[in-house]
Design a protein. Sequence first.
Length: 755
Amino acid sequence: MPSAPGGPRLLLRRLREIMAEPVGAQDRLDKIVTQIAANMVAEVCSVYVMRGDGVLELFATEGLNREAVHLTVMRSGEGLVGLIASRAEPLALSDAQSHPAFSYKPETGEEIYHAFLGVPLLRAGNTLGVLVVQNRTYRVYTEEEVEALQTTAMVVAEMLATGELQALAPVETGIALRRPVYQKGVALADGVGLGHVVLHEPRVVVKNLIAENIEAELKRLDAAIGEVRLSIDELIERGDVAHHGEHREVLETFRMFAHDQGWLRRMREAVTSGLTAEAAVERVQSDNRARMLRQTDPYLRERLHDLDDLANRLLHRLVGRDFVTERENLPENAILVARSMGPAALLDYDRSRLRGLVLEEGGPTSHIAIVARALGIPAVGEVSNATSLTEPGDAIIVDGAAGEVQIRPNPDVEAAYAEKARLRARRQEQYLKLRDVPSVTKDGVEVTLQLNAGLVVDLPHLAETGAAGVGLFRTELQFMIAERMPSASEQQALYSTVFAEAGDRPVTFRTLDIGGDKILPYMQSVEEENPALGWRAIRIGLDRPGLLRAQIRALLKAAAGRPLKIMFPMVATCDEFERAKLLVEREKAHLANHGHPLPSDLKLGVMLEVPSLLFQLKEICESADFISLGTNDLMQFLFASDRENRRVADRFDPLSAPMLRALNMVAEHAEASGCVATVCGEVGGRPLEAMALIGLGFRSLSMSPASIGPVKAMLLEMNVAEVSALIREELKTAGGGQTLRPKLAHFAETHGIPV
Ligand code: PEP
Ligand code: MG
């Protein structure tokens, strides 16, 4: 190919000189395109810049009609230039005009050019524009030429990023350096947060692009690669990681990538073409990121993420920044953006400055989601490419209820969300006023509202919400966020703290509910076809009683002299509960023999989550002191619909006749036998569902802290007798799987019940 003598290296040197010249922005850009055209032996070189309104505008050209500059525009996706911008990848054609996307712009006079090579102007995962060269002949551009133009594009992108060209853009549009981006994810934790991006593991933005001394830059690159490899080797060889199969596999793949010859070659070539070592890493990473943005296969995306991580490590070495995040120096109104995050990592941040959390991974039942909810931090998960689309300091809004994220929102959007946040805060204030109001319905029925909790950080919510106690303490959370199995004394210490924080309020502890979706990272996991139906919860407890007994002992010891309630998860038969009770008796006897003080009162209950218990209600009500309805699992098993699977999770309605009839059976049996029945699944925290539950006869509900206010506001306005009559009447005739939701919602609306 007819590349000019000196190739890209000479070009970069010339570009550096042009950048240093004291000329205006347009002159500088004109000089740059002329230089690129000459260097690439092209008749045309043009720069298209992405404006804030998403339109690509011709900003400079050598070879096309000068009059077209700032006149020719294209939408993203329109024409070849638009195609390159939307795909964020190069396009080389020997005959541009025969390409189906070719869009003829007569004012440019481009009809005489056939060969076309365009590359995106990429910076930190954003497409800022497109750089194009064209030739009259039907020539084929070589891979080296494509690479050379990509390297040049990086320098132009940096020029755009410094804002020098901003003045040339139409006032009302500006250059889309920081284009607004809307991303839909999955709601993890309720609330609206406005603030600025803090990357959990910040990327380095490279500013020093052009090499002074190529040999020295190659040496720097090699040294950094050597160091990164060594640090990965050390990580793998560390004893604690070596034992765990899965971690090890991930790290081994990572190590393999660190030795990937293709990747190393591309970075070395980029340095040889005249870039600094860090710019070369960034250049290769940019391509990689662009591919990542388009990749839909989760496995391949994961691998590209690995490469991204590696490049990041390299950049941190080269730019000399520490890899640790700025957790201690969190700015005000920080919104954390991370690919994924361990639940304990979130607790490291200063809670008072955190306004939200955005994750590329993490479903609603992930542990990080549980912790975010406990801390009251609005959070959205499954936001594709969140870390590539944002830069530290970007304005960002998290809507944890709708599962939406607005990156660099325009002022209208920002104002709308600020209003939403204000409204929410006002509503919270109203709920706060209800805190000390007794939770009694209009017709004088008292309903106990309790909290679901699982971490120490949950407990201040007791006082804040005025909840009557903790109706469900998920003890597995301590195990899930720990790096190793908590010892018996650590368990006891946690339970003592819980008692101390709860004061006079009762706490119902649920024994370890592990297995299924709740996996302990340090425990050998068992491969199961259907983990939700597998070896989990009380099944593990009864088969491996050592673990369950240690926990029961810790609970009994922590409760010394106080009332204690323990319940067992996933009980499927009465017999399982009887066996669990025996274990408790044995532990009690053991402690008594050793002179330990025992709880002042001990109540043992079952979680009703498995439908088989619906057909043992008489026996279970006689045997248990209380029943707690786990409607999350009961719904999943009653309708055979996986609560983790978004396709089916909301397919069936808890207010449909089959579920209401099941709940009714429980309420009737409990009342007849005098056994207390509580609801601790998510439905108890939704006002309309809570109204139905109270109508069916339930007098105790346990829910997340944020639900206490709305549910109390609802029940203060409801009349139990009326709701009860309505549901019973409707259930007589409701056919098939019919839902009572519309009828109940209509009732609430016409009776002024806030739901
Ligand atoms: C339930 O299943 O409804 C429940 C409360 O338990 P978990 O959500 O912890 O499975
Ligand atoms: Mg459950």
